[in-house]
Design a protein around this ligand. Structure first.
Ligand code: AMP
Length: 299
């Protein structure tokens, strides 16, 4: 089943204790669609400026990511600048320039249908909701967000939550949204807002899954070296929804595997800056880590 991904395509400037990169390819929809494309064909809906090089579009197309919904607008591509300290779970945003995203309301390409699954990767919840209404999806609808929107667009986000099947956010965001310190209480609050399935990502400590029928926890894949945590959450969301789109049927066992694949894909992202780690990986590398993961967690 095809997966439609909407979110940001960006140029990121990032500093971590392990290095610094300027204006490298990033954005929630970039990480999510490259990650999902290991499992399923993707339709990418986003916007870039005239400064966006053709080679990035070619990279998407080579990976079975349809870019007819990646609009080219006069102006500059979205830019995000951030710094991480030794606690890599927290990104200090130094600047956000929406640029061409200002007031962006995309044309929905003809090949995007209501039958496809939909991943609303992190972007303004008003835009996520607009896309939802435009597409009127009948497949799985997943949604990711960030602290900025919880703080400034809470009402819009809560309205959207009633429509989504799977909501992904990190532990700090779950606490911020719910006002609860305990993550079980936070998940209960979020479920009360309408999300049927909830993933609370905990960075290097893995992720928690909650639904009426299933509770499950998955660790993060153990790595020797880490370069940059940017995009780990988006990669997780893309890997998980990509796998669910491939399998079509959602059972407890499929959900557990989807979480493991999300975790494994994220491990490739954090090993390098930008999407370099994802681009280097292939299906064999993913399966090797999957088997290693099984060994590490079996008891
Ligand atoms: P993550 O590390 O998963 O939280 O996501 C990092 C990515 O989100 C970066 O590549 C940024 O370009 C992108 N990003 C940062 N702020 C925003 C925002 N306000 N809206 C959309 N995308 C953003």
């Amino acid at each position: 089943m095809r997966l439609t991904v909407i979110g940001s395509v960006a140029f990121d400037s990032v500093e971590t204790p392990f290095g610094k990169k300027e204006d490298v390819l990033g954005g929630s929809a970039t990480y999510a669609s490259v990650s999902a494309s290991f499992f399923t064909p993707v339709n990418l809906i986003s916007v870039v400026g005239t400064d966006f090089p053709m080679r990035h579009r070619t990279m998407f197309n080579k990976r079975n990511i349809d870019t007819s919904g990646l609009e080219n607008k006069k102006g500059k591509t979205f830019r995000w600048k951030a710094r991480y300290h030794y606690d890599l779970s927290y990104a200090e945003t130094l600047s956000t320039h929406l640029n061409v995203f200002e007031g962006f309301r995309p044309e929905i390409p003809k090949n995007v249908t209501s039958k496809d699954n939909l991943l609303l990767a992190n972007i303004d919840p008003e835009l996520q909701d607009w896309i939802f209404e435009k597409i009127n999806p009948r497949g799985l609808v997943a949604c990711d967000t960030m602290n900025l929107w919880i703080e400034h667009k809470r009402k819009e986000l809560l309205k959207l939550l009633k429509k989504v099947d799977l909501f992904l956010l990190n532990d700090a965001e779950a606490r911020q949204l719910s006002g609860e310190t305990n993550l079980l209480d936070a998940a209960k609050y979020i479920a009360g807002q309408g999300a049927k399935m909830i993933v609370i990502k905990k960075g290097e400590h893995g992720a928690l899954f909650f639904s009426k029928e299933l509770r499950f926890m998955v660790p993060a894949y153990l790595l020797k070296k880490l370069a940059d945590p940017t995009g780990a959450g988006d990669t997780f969301a893309g890997g998980m929804t990509g796998y669910l789109s491939k399998t079509r049927k959602i059972t407890d066992s499929v959900l557990r595997k989807a979480l493991v694949y999300g975790s494994i894909l994220a491990s490739f992202t954090v090993e390098k800056f930008s999407i370099e780690g994802l681009l280097k990986a292939d299906l064999k590398d993913i399966e090797n880590r999957y088997r290693h993961f099984e060994k590490l967690t079996k008891f």
